[in-house]
Design a binder for this molecule. Structure first.
Ligand SMILES: [Mg+2]
Length: 370
């Protein structure tokens, strides 16, 4: 059988307005500045991927990602798009790091593979589309009163779980959760995320103080590099710990699991470099008896669709934080996962990832053709 080759790659900026600015402990964001990758194969098929660079967490930006994408693309041209392991190795040899922009290529290659096989991506990954996918909804940093109002709105909209951004001072953070619980009651689960905003001593103090508020788990309490102290926090915390910024790839996952530093991993394609390595992280987690969550940066419904295919195929993923597009004021995606209300996403039953971008929306965006 004659191998396919990569004939052409398009790199396209994707700028999406947010409903309102978003604040976490690491900074404030006013819009989603993403990148779309389209890989054109010699049989006329097109694989599509999307990346959402988050400068405060991964250290990537849209302009830098755009430039790096042009030479990653040059290194892939003429090669077999279905040999995904080799293509990822090509990218890793071209440039160290930069997992977010690499994840858009990885996603496009998987889309192409599934389209070529004429199967939805979840089947390629070994799944059956039977899992119910309900996302949590995130309340971003603000005053306790504002956050409590927001949490109540989301509860009334029917979201099954509220995720709350914390990570400033112990007084403020404890008051935020107290105000939110007062507004929404105790029956709906809360997850918290400090985004590295606490130090070890404060983290232990706050997590102990939050014990009565019935919290599912806490993401990244302390700076991402301090794995030793993450274990200390875990040892003293009544609330389970989830590693997010401290687990980018499967090597991080192996180290943290070996150290006993965390209860859960949060897997994001923007950190892992895409689906290929996300599978490895989840496998390391399974081997260590660690359940995982999937999360997002500011992806559109397209990259979230790829993420839902992954969820459909990996039963070890038990928490779903798949809410970024719900904070966008515009939706540039055609097809893809459909929002059914009350936090529920439904996967499309078409070959590939099963979505695209509205051409009229992309026409306005800067494009490079390689
Ligand atoms: Mg997080």
């Amino acid at each position: 059988m004659k191998n396919l080759t990569i004939d052409k790659i398009e790199v396209i900026e994707l700028n999406i307005a947010l409903k309102e600015p978003i604040t976490i402990s690491l900074g404030t964001f006013n819009s989603a500045e993403n990148i779309v990758i389209k890989i054109f194969a010699s049989n006329g098929m097109v694989g599509i991927g999307e990346a959402s660079p988050e400068r405060n967490i991964v250290g990537e930006t849209q302009p830098a990602g755009f430039e790096i994408a042009t030479f990653l693309a040059a290194g892939l041209k003429g090669k077999d798009p279905l040999a995904i392991e080799d293509r990822i190795q090509d990218m890793d040899r071209t440039i160290q790091g930069n997992p977010t922009i690499k994840s858009a290529f990885d996603m496009a290659l998987y889309d192409l593979l599934a389209k070529k096989a004429e199967l939805p991506l979840y089947q390629i990954l070994g799944g059956g589309n039977t899992r119910e996918i309900y996302t949590d909804m995130t309340v971003y940093l603000g005053s306790p009163e504002k956050m409590a109002r927001q949490a109540l709105d989301y509860k009334n909209e029917g979201f099954p779980t509220i995720k709350v951004k914390l990570g400033t001072t112990s007084e403020e953070d404890i008051e935020r959760i107290r105000a939110i619980r007062e507004a929404i009651g105790f029956e709906i689960p809360i997850r918290i995320d400090a985004n590295q905003g606490w130090n070890t001593v404060t983290a232990i103090k706050i997590l102990k103080a939050l014990e009565p508020f019935n919290i599912d788990h806490c993401e990244e309490p302390i700076p991402h590099w301090n794995n030793t102290d993450l274990r200390r926090v875990r040892d003293h915390s009544p609330i389970p710990i989830m590693a997010d910024e401290s687990v980018f790839d499967h090597q991080d996952a192996f180290r943290l699991a070996s150290m006993g530093a965390t209860d859960y991993f949060n897997i994001k394609f923007s950190k892992s470099g895409g689906i290929h390595n996300a599978i490895k992280i989840n496998a390391v987690a399974e081997a260590a008896g660690i359940k995982t969550q999937v999360g997002c940066m500011s992806e559109s419904r397209y990259a979230l669709t790829a993420l839902c295919h992954f969820v459909a195929a990996k039963n070890n993923v038990v928490y779903f934080d798949i809410d970024s597009s719900l904070s966008h004021a515009e939706d540039p995606v055609t097809g893809g996962i459909q929002y059914m209300g009350k936090g529920k996403w439904e996967l499309p039953e078409v070959p590939g990832i099963g979505g695209d971008f509205d051409p009229a929306f992309l026409d306005k965006m800067r494009t490079a053709i390689i």
